[in-house]
Structure formats: C-alpha cells, structure tokens
Design a binder for this molecule. Structure first.
Ligand code: GLN
Length: 348
C-alpha cells in the first residue's frame, strides 16, 4: 500500500518493498547504490504531478518528462541515471554554494551579522519577510538573504564578483560551468520583484553597493547551467568536508560545510523545510528549474532534475526520488536503532 503523507512534501511514506534503512556511517557497496539509483528513477519516471515554472518565461519551455537522478559518493563513485546530463539553470541552488564561498571569505560571525539562519515560513521571494524583521534578511536561501549574500562576494566590481561566483561554483562541480544567456536575459527582463527586494534592503542599509548591480550578479549566478550529475558532485563536496571528491581540490573549509548544511536543513526547501526534514531527514536545496541537491554528511549527495514543481517551487519527482534514496540508502540523519552490542561499562 502506498499512503499519501499528510505534510506538503510530496513523497510516499509507506513504500512497499523498501526497508527503512538506518544510517551505518557509510553507504552500501557500489552495486547496491547503483541498483537503488536505477530503482528510484524507474519508480517515479512516470509520476505525473506538478507544474513547470513559468514566472521566468523561458523556463516554461522545459520538457516536463525530463528526469535525472545521480548519487555522488564522497569516495568519488558516481551513479547517474536518466537525464542526469541534461543541462538546466541552477537557480536557487546557487544560493547554497555562494553562501559557502562568502562564509569562507568573511567567516561565520561577519556573515551571520548580515544574514540570519532562521526560516521565514514565507515564500522564497517574500517582501513581507524583510519588512517583518527591520530589513534583516532571515536566511541566505530566500531571495532577500541571497541578494545580501551575493553583495558580500569578494571582488572590486560586479564583473569580478561574477567571476568569483562562476569559478567558485565550477570548483564545487569539478568542471567549468557556463552562463545560460537565454535564461539570464529572460529573468533579467522580468525580475522586478528581486530589484524591489534589493532596493528595500538598500533602504535598510543592508546592501552597501549598487542594489541593481547586486541583482545582476545574482541573476547570473541563478543562470549557471548545471546537470543532476553536477549537483550531486557539488553536494558531495559539502559532504566531504569541502574537498571535491572527483578533483581532490579543497573548495571551502570543513567548518563552512557544517554551517552551510545547518542552514540548508532549516531553510533549503523554503517554507516546506520542516516538513522536508521530517520526511527525508537531509539538508537540501531546490531550484525553480527543477533541480534538488540533498547532502548526506560524510557519505555523499543526491542530485535530481525534473521540471514539474509543487506549489512551494520544489520538483515533485525530485522530492520523491530523494525521499526514496534517503530511506533505502540509510541517509536520514535522525534515524537510529537500538544499540545491541555489549553496553559500555562505567569507567571503561
Ligand atoms: N532566480 C530565481 C529567482 O530569483 C530563483 C528562484 C528559485 O529557484 N526558487 O526568482
């Protein structure tokens, strides 16, 4: 029997034939991971639910059938199925990695002063969330906080900041990421709301540089082209203490990974973050082009891509596939079982 859960996160909570595995500290062997990634793809490939985003006009042209699933292990193995190499714009998922780069540059305290780490409980592009807190952005994963974060990217000009973002995200991915000019132009022509949010932040003294230039760098960062495979490798870098498991390059420190993953756990799926953590138990970030990355610290990451979204802007097939893999691979951070071996004796 497949029961529909009661939270807004679109997953099956009672999946026939799938054991709720408990985290062992490591992934099962290569063959088993490969088998389960194929099973996740097979299981949800024909699931028809959700709507492709169209508030950025060009996104509406995406094929709703696209579906890619990829697991990258922190040991470097990569398991990719379906449309895992189709490129799409990273959108809000960029926020997680730009935040990590900015924390690496400025440190925990300085970034925390500028951008909080609590959920807004409101939509990702909410203006009210800014107004309710004296212009202090609540977290870096909603647009207000992401704009304030992008404003902190090192560089003497917007062009230099953009280069820092592009090379930084490319290091997470382990390959050179490119701008999707069509998506960039489409969003630039329609992003009045983000411009309004940036102006509002300026009015509160939370952005010191030109707010429209900040929006431009932010719009570019959202328009970087990635694949589900890239998302898995980028996430696996956060799972691997900041070292890219494919290139061996250190991108950020282990502390920055810890901070970023904590923020993702509480805010990565917008106003659905609590429900996501409750159902899936992993820090994650979604984007409106249909990508999701979920990170299992120490083990690896899941990257998924499928354009149809739920009302909060999270990919429907992506949520289902991630939930399935979290359960079947034993990734849920909160799952434990009774410790059966001999008890630790007092004084031992
Ligand atoms: N570029 C998009 C925006 O700012 C990103 C939103 C998203 O992926 N949720 O509206």
């Amino acid at each position: 029997m497949v029961a529909r859960n009661r939270t807004g996160v679109d997953v099956d909570t009672d999946v026939e034939g799938v054991e709720q595995e408990v985290s062992t500290g490591s992934l099962p062997g290569w063959d088993r991971v490969e088998e389960l990634v194929h099973a996740a793809h097979e299981r949800y490939r024909d699931h028809a639910g959700g709507t492709v985003a169209d508030y950025i006009p060009v996104l509406a042209e995406a094929d709703p059938a696209w579906f890619g699933v990829c697991v990258a292990e922190s040991g470097g193995a990569v398991h990719a199925v379906g449309d895992a190499d189709v490129e799409f714009s990273v959108q809000s998922i960029s926020k997680a990695f730009v935040y990590a780069l900015v924390c690496e540059e400025h440190g925990h305290e300085r970034v925390l002063e500028r951008v909080g780490v609590d959920n807004t409980g409101l939509a990702f592009n909410s203006v009210m969330a800014v107004e309710l807190h004296d212009g202090h952005p609540r977290n870096p994963m909603v647009n207000a906080g992401a704009l304030a974060t992008t404003a902190l990217v090192p560089g003497g000009s917007p062009a230099e900041q953009w280069e820092t973002v592009r090379t930084g995200l490319s290091r997470f991915a382990g390959r050179q990421l490119e701008l999707d000019g069509v998506v960039y132009r489409s969003e630039s022509a329609t992003n009045m709301r983000n411009k309004a949010i940036a102006r509002l932040l300026e009015s509160y003294g939370r952005i010191e540089t030109d707010p429209l230039e900040v929006v431009d760098v932010y719009t570019r960062q959202c328009s970087l082209r990635v694949t589900a495979r890239d998302l898995a490798v980028m996430g696996a870098t956060l799972a691997d203490g900041g070292v890219n498991p494919l290139t061996g390059e250190r991108v950020v420190s282990a502390q920055v990974c810890r901070d970023t993953l904590a923020v993702l756990a509480s805010t990565g799926l917008y106003e659905r973050s609590g429900e996501w953590l409750f159902e899936i138990g992993l820090p994650a970030k979604s984007g409106v082009a249909g990508g999701i990355v979920a990170v299992a610290p120490g083990k690896g990451a899941i990257g998924t891509f499928s354009p149809p979204l739920d009302p909060a802007g999270n990919s429907v097939r992506g949520q289902r596939a991630t939930a399935y893999l979290s359960r079947a691979l034993g990734l849920n951070l909160f799952a434990s079982s009774v410790h059966v071996p001999e008890r630790t004796e007092r004084g031992s």
